[in-house]
Design a protein around this ligand. Structure first.
Ligand code: NDP
Length: 322
């Protein structure tokens, strides 16, 4: 079968589209014929070496498809079932073999492409808005990279929970998309001081929660956008990692909370995985959540897809089609 592999960490040029042996399902695994593999920013960290993985490796942490084979102990699925999964490496391929406990069924009303997008970015927006800081009606929040894959989903979940949403984006085109997803205010953080704008919009008060996936270039100012007892949720490093921070500063700034959550922990048990993916699928089917699926690349063009993502040229979800 074909797969996108890396043998060393580096730029997008280290990815190669090659023939590899097709995996077989072990006793507890299902073999999935991949219909849609999701591209996520974390794939670029695993490729570059910011996040270390064992090499050589097939990239990709999320896919949807059809069950092609089941292991002898598999009880949850049958051949032909429509399924999706996340948090297992190897999705940039024609087939992926995944433990049944990591896999969920996709309802008929949800397409393979939506199924792939729902798992990593959808479940991330779910845990951020429902668990890390459970948004309440009347809360205000700041969402950075608001037109990104996670960003557009998080806006909708925050609005559905009753929040006032301020988003940041780099271009007018992205601003339009974030507004269409429901954001109340959009700040072009590449042109405007977003801290001053947040203070202006909130009459100097600041927001209850900042969801910051940009990291290095936004972290410090994000903390200054919070009101007393506010939550600083740092969940990504698109501009580079935050490497220095003095926790003592959280006190005088209003007894703030700081957390660095990961999807892995928030979907570690079967109950959490089913709850989060089930809500995301249900909200898609009910029309409460719309996923922006516009960027499709052939598996052979994964390098081009990474360049577009890191070059800030995409909005919403990027899908690889084997
Ligand atoms: P996005 O589609 O959001 O792409 C990243 C966006 O970050 C870009 O489009 C860009 O938006 C913005 N950005 C700001 N500065 C830079 C920069 N210097 N270089 C590149 N992009 C920049 O990606 P995803 O939705 O896949 O992921 C969003 C973030 O969430 C990532 O940081 C990812 O690691 C994190 N994440 C964390 C998870 C967790 O559990 N902790 C799980 C899933 C994702 P703009 O042009 O508008 O600035």
């Amino acid at each position: 079968m074909k797969a996108v592999r890396i043998k060393e960490h580096g730029g997008s040029e280290v990815m190669s589209y090659e023939d590899v042996e097709q995996p077989q399902a072990t006793a507890s695994e299902v073999l999935i014929k991949v219909e849609a593999a999701g591209i996520n920013y974390i794939d670029t960290y695993q490729r570059s070496g910011l996040y270390q993985i064992s090499l050589p490796a097939t990239l990709g942490l999320e896919a949807s498809g059809t069950v092609a084979q089941i292991g002898s102990d598999v009880s949850r699925f049958q051949v032909g079932d429509r399924v999706a999964y996340t948090n297992v490496l190897g999705a940039y391929a024609e087939y992926a073999s995944v433990d049944q406990d990591k896999v969920v069924s996709i309802p008929d009303a949800v397409s393979f492409e939506e199924g792939a997008a729902a798992m990593l970015q959808g479940c991330t927006a779910h845990y951020l808005s429902q668990s890390t800081y459970p948004i309440k009606r009347g809360d205000s929040c700041l969402i950075h990279a608001a037109a990104g894959g996670v960003g557009l989903i998080l806006i909708q979940m925050a609005k559905n929970a009753g929040a006032y949403v301020i988003g940041t984006v780099s271009t007018e085109e992205k601003a339009e998309l974030a507004r269409a997803a429901g954001a109340d205010e959009i700040i072009l953080y590449t042109q405007t001081d977003f801290e001053a704008e947040v203070k202006r919009i909130t009459d100097g008060k600041g927001v209850n929660v900042v969801y910051d996936s940009v990291g290095k270039t936004t972290f410090e100012k994000s903390i200054d956008c919070l009101q007393r007892f506010g939550y600083m949720v740092l969940y990504g490093n698109a501009s580079g990692p935050v490497t220095e921070f003095n926790p003592a500063t959280l006190g005088p700034k209003g007894s703030l909370f700081l957390t660095r959550p990961t999807l892995f922990d928030y979907t570690a048990d079967r109950e959490s995985l089913e709850w989060r993916s089930g809500d995301v699928f249900k909200w898609i089917a009910e029309g409460k959540l719309t996923l922006r699926l516009e960027h499709f690349f052939a598996l052979a063009d994964a390098q081009e897809a990474h360049d577009a993502l890191e070059g800030r040229k995409t909005a919403g979800k990027i899908i690889l089609k084997p």
